[in-house]
Design a protein around this ligand. Structure first.
Ligand code: WT7
Length: 656
């Protein structure tokens, strides 16, 4: 990091000039305002960015820390803030969403139309018995209906829990059971890369697994129009549920702390955690960060390529851009279909001005572009672009440079946004009209966020020294609790090691010795990040050992991968003799299919290695550090003298 100066990209004067946060002095002034009067700062922004039906009188309530409350006596409705208030402000005929389907068909909705669609859906939910406080699971592909379904839940005060369409029946079942949801919104199918994939059939399978007895209704959106089984009395076509519903639904005014949504994410133990977000504080940060981090203006065309099944899709598709009355793109499908030029063509066709995607996507598109000029960004007119963003995992400097030069034409600032499902919105990120950029660094905290790097005792380490990333003060959009497990919330995020005073992100970080810029050095717990998808190693291990006819024992570690960032590497001991050759390949495939059924295809290990046993110390602990070296095909430098059976190192050398 000593070369920092030479790699600094200062924002161009014309970018600075028109920016919402214009220049480093403006950034510093906001930081200083928050430092001088923390509650005053957030209170001011909450009044500016959110419309309250009942104003709040208290900003932050720390009386039951770490269960912080923000704006607690204020009342609002998230859907009112995203839809009605834009219509009331004269934006009724403005395009809210431009939707492009997998096959390229384009549908647009205006704010007025999206409001009506949301209201009819909200009335349909009410007619099916959904009330304030009920949970609704949404298992649907990218679509205007998906966004409207989330908004409709928000409108009636139901808490939504979106489950990514790539998760298996088993994973879906676990989430449905944990939420105690009453109703599911799904579609007959989803379409990805020209292929029709089932959704409704997976919902049926999930419900048949048992434990979801609270589900009363399943609303099914028609996407493919193909035949699907419908259970009488339980399953209702969305079109039928919507028929005759009024196009206005009075918003349910909820308390600021009312849970807007639950979103499941992986932790270091087996069971995914239901991250609970609030309405008021969450919406504030969604709107605020969308405006400042992307320097979003009224005439922008914003495109966040994430799926609504992840938090990025919640904050930067469903809530942030709509709360600002922006025009945004929603796309169905994959970046590589019909070819790897899809993103560039869509930017060209829809004149996208702000583009937000993940390093994994960029890396795979670089590969494709390098071998086929037709899908290289230079073959498209990307001159509409103004700002680029990156999210989900560290972006390596080489990918950053390519993104900057070939997509951004060397003129668009890249905001490398560090945040998490738990943080609700951006935590450490450049602001395009203020922060000089350094490839590979997420630079400085968003104004008001008090991030720091500490040692094991919670003491701040000097710049230039690596440590543990923490947040020193609560912030409005922070996780409120883990649904149904407040103890786990405390233990995971406000651990005793730090006297319950610091929010533990779970990442390591280092600040540049000169600039204080943050670089994230990766997870410090047993969480992997594969293509920006977060997965627990324990979760994958339990899925493997649940294959009881084959697997005796399993250990999972991550290893670096050029395209996916990290790759999953599984070490497996079978209940039968260790296989090799074609037999090993066949069993590896069987295990991958098993994991796809248990969790979803995203959790399939890239490498599977078989051993007679796993490397353990004499006290029986799996030597994970050693496994990480083996996974990287690195010479093992660790002390293997405590290894019970040194011969297995050679067995594990072969990956299938
Ligand atoms: C983890 C959170 C951010 C929303 C989507 C993922 C990693 C995220 C960055 C970044 C380096 C990053 C961290 C974090 N991460 N953004 N810009 N640079 N690492 O949310 O699934 O909750 O994952 O993703 O490890 O803890 P998530």
């Amino acid at each position: 990091m000593s070369e920092v100066d030479s790699k600094l990209y200062a924002p161009a004067p014309e970018v600075v000039q028109n920016a919402h946060v214009s220049g480093m002095e403006a950034y510093q002034a906001l930081v200083a305002e928050a430092e001088a009067d923390y509650e005053g700062y957030w209170g001011r922004l909450a009044r500016e960015f959110v419309s309250w039906q009942q104003p709040f009188t208290q900003v932050l309530d720390s009386s039951n820390a770490p269960f912080f409350k923000w704006f607690a006596d204020g009342k609002l409705n998230a859907s009112y803030n995203c839809l009605d208030r834009n219509v009331e402000a004269g934006k009724g005929d403005k395009t809210a969403i431009i939707f492009e389907a997998d096959g390229g068909e384009v549908t647009k909705v205006t704010y007025k139309e999206l409001l009506e669609r949301t209201c009819r859906l909200a009335n349909a939910l009410k007619a099916q018995g959904v009330k304030k406080g009920d949970r609704v699971v949404i298992y649907i592909a990218m679509s205007i209906d998906g966004v409207a379904a989330m908004q409709a839940c928000a409108r009636i005060g139901a808490t939504h829990s979106v489950v990514f369409g790539g998760f298996s029946a088993q994973s879906l079942r676990d989430r449905i059971e944990d939420t105690g949801a009453k109703l599911i919104i799904t579609a007959d199918h989803q379409v990805r890369g020209g292929k029709q994939l089932p959704l409704k059939a997976i919902v049926d399978e999930a419900l048949a697994l048992g434990g979801c007895e609270k589900i009363e209704k399943v609303l099914v959106v028609k996407r493919s129009g193909a035949d699907v089984a419908m259970t009488a009395g339980r399953d209702v076509w969305m079109d039928d549920a919507l028929a005759g519903q009024d196009s206005f639904c009075e918003p349910e005014w909820v308390e600021a702390e009312h849970p807007l949504f639950l979103l499941y994410t992986s932790g270091s133990t087996g069971k995914p955690k239901g991250v609970q977000h609030s309405t008021g504080g969450y919406l504030l940060h969604a709107a605020l960060t969308t405006k400042w981090t992307f320097d979003l203006k009224d005439n922008d065309v914003f495109w966040c390529t994430a799926d609504i099944g992840w938090v990025t899709g919640h904050t930067y598709i469903t809530y942030g851009p709509l709360a600002l009355g922006a025009t945004e793109i929603v796309f169905e499908g994959v970046p590589t279909y019909p070819d790897a030029g899809r993103f560039w063509k869509m930017i060209q066709d829809h004149k996208v001005t702000v583009f937000y995607t993940a390093p994994t996507a960029i890396r795979s598109l670089i590969k494709a572009a390098e071998s086929n000029e037709a899908v290289h960004p230079k073959s498209y007119d990307l001159s509409s672009l103004r700002i680029l963003g990156s999210v989900g995992e560290p972006i390596n400097p080489a990918a950053w440079e390519w993104y900057h030069q070939h997509v951004g034409g060397g003129r668009c600032p890249i905001v490398d946004t560090f945040w998490q499902t738990e943080t609700g919105g951006h935590m450490i990120t450049p602001l395009p009209g203020a922060t000089p950029l350094v490839p590979g660094s997420c630079t400085l905290p968003f104004p008001g966020i008090q991030a720091a790097v500490v040692d094991e005792t919670g003491k701040e380490v000097p710049w230039g020294q690596g440590g543990i990333l923490v947040v020193k003060k609560p912030w409005p959009s922070m996780i409120r609790t883990i649904w149904g497990d407040p103890e786990r919330f405390k233990k995971s995020y406000y651990p005793e090691d730090f006297k319950g005073q610091l929010y533990l992100a779970g990442d390591g970080a280092i600040r540049d010795a000169k600039t204080g810029y943050f670089t994230i050095t990766g997870r410090i717990d047993d969480v992997l990040n594969v293509s920006g998808h977060r997965m627990g190693t324990m979760e994958i291990e339990s899925a493997l050992v649940s294959c009881t006819e084959l697997v005796a024992e399993a250990a999972v570690v991550g290893r670096p991968d050029e395209t996916t960032g990290e790759a999953i590497c599984a070490f497996v001991v079978l209940k039968r003799p260790r296989p090799s050759g074609d037999e090993a390949k066949a069993i590896a495939k069987q295990l991958r299919d098993h994991i796809a059924r248990e969790i979803g295809p995203i959790a399939k290990p890239k490498d599977i290695r078989f051993g007679d046993n796993l490397p353990k110390t004499r006290s029986g602990k799996i030597m994970r550090r050693l496994l990480r070296s083996v996974a990287k095909n690195e010479a093992v430098t660790q002390d293997t003298s405590t290894l019970e059976n040194p011969a297995i190192l050679e067995q594990l050398g072969q990956a299938y």
